[in-house]
Design a protein around this ligand. Structure first.
Ligand SMILES: Nc1ncnc2c1ncn2[C@@H]1O[C@H](COP(=O)(O)OP(=O)(O)OP(=O)(O)O)[C@@H](O)[C@H]1O
Length: 280
């Protein structure tokens, strides 16, 4: 990858579900080290976009590039292997397993050796590998302040702590790009503040590029370097927090403010579609 190649690029991405247009011709790019947020009203296409990045959905049209490589048709597992990690809007932890085991699950693909393979374990370097692996996991556990619950069963923890464990699992994959789907959802103010700090630190200290969907505008404006705004599946604005806040399209989409932006025919059609689920 050339030094100036963006770590991620979406080029003219459209996504349809039958007659519903979830995304229409969305293009954007993210530089290595950015903390990039995607915002927009309900149904704007944020989750659809993130799913196109993670590989859960394949765009109907357009291309997805990661580190300069075309990954448009690559499976989510393969994308995870090359450095795209994610958390989910709804928690996806194994509730009956311990915190530690949940985090280890995230790491399996990184391990060259199967460390359960008996005698080979001692002679193949698997043991050294496992020790290094454990050390890194413990570092992440310390980083997210979850030492005190490492042996607890995940399903018994508070919601805020479970969100943190889920973040630990995604971080354990050592992704270059981490997708955070509503990391503050359902949290109280204190939990939100903690989570915001962890996200800034994982971006700055671990050097992970972050793509975040979040409904809490205070947090988004506070920690994002750049923000893309979607409305009815289209990109309506992109820029730093100040630019986005000052943008007339955004004010209308969020606050219902009248402005001098006139909807074109496609916008009207998308609006009808979003309300009725039918292509106009
Ligand atoms: N699997 C699906 N099948 C059919 N339609 C879908 C599917 N996923 C999303 N959509 C539709 O695509 C549009 C965009 O949805 P999406 O979930 O991406 O929006 P969002 O911005 O993430 O919304 P929210 O903030 O409510 O989570 C909506 O009209 C939605 O109903």
């Amino acid at each position: 990858m050339k030094a100036d190649t963006p770590i991620f690029e979406a080029s003219h991405v459209s996504l349809r579900f039958g007659g519903v247009r979830a995304l229409t011709d969305v293009s954007f790019s993210i530089d290595k080290g950015e903390l990039f947020s995607i915002i927009g009203p309900n149904g704007a296409g944020k989750t659809s976009m993130v799913n196109c990045v993670s590989g859960r959905y394949s765009p109907t049209e357009g291309r997805i590039l990661f580190k300069g490589r075309d990954v448009t048709r690559m499976t989510p597992n393969h994308r995870a292997e090359i450095g795209i990690g994610r958390t989910f809007q709804n928690l996806a932890l194994f509730g009956h397993m311990t915190v530690l085991d949940n985090i280890m699950v995230g790491r399996h693909h990184l391990m060259r050796n199967n460390f359960l393979s008996g005698a080979l374990y001692w002679f193949t370097g698997a043991r050294t590998e496992e020790l290094a692996h454990r050390r890194e996991i413990e570092e992440i556990i310390d980083f997210l302040d979850i030492q005190h619950v490492r042996k607890s069963i995940a399903g018994t923890l508070s919601y805020g702590l479970r969100k943190r464990v889920e973040l630990a699992r995604a971080m354990a994959l050592k992704p270059d790009l981490i997708l955070l789907d509503e990391p503050m959802a359902g949290m109280n103010l204190e939990e939100k503040e903690d989570m915001a700090r962890y996200i800034v630190d994982l971006n700055e200290e671990y050097g992970m590029t972050v793509v975040m969907i979040e409904h809490d505008m205070g947090v988004v404006m506070d920690i994002s370097h750049r923000i893309m705004v979607l409305d009815f599946g289209k990109k309506i604005a992109e820029g730093d927090p100040e630019e986005v806040l000052a943008n007339a399209h955004v004010r209308r989409a969020y606050l219902g403010e009248a402005d001098d932006v006139v909807m074109d025919e496609d916008d009207e059609a998308a609006a009808v579609e979003a309300k009725t689920g039918k292509v106009a």
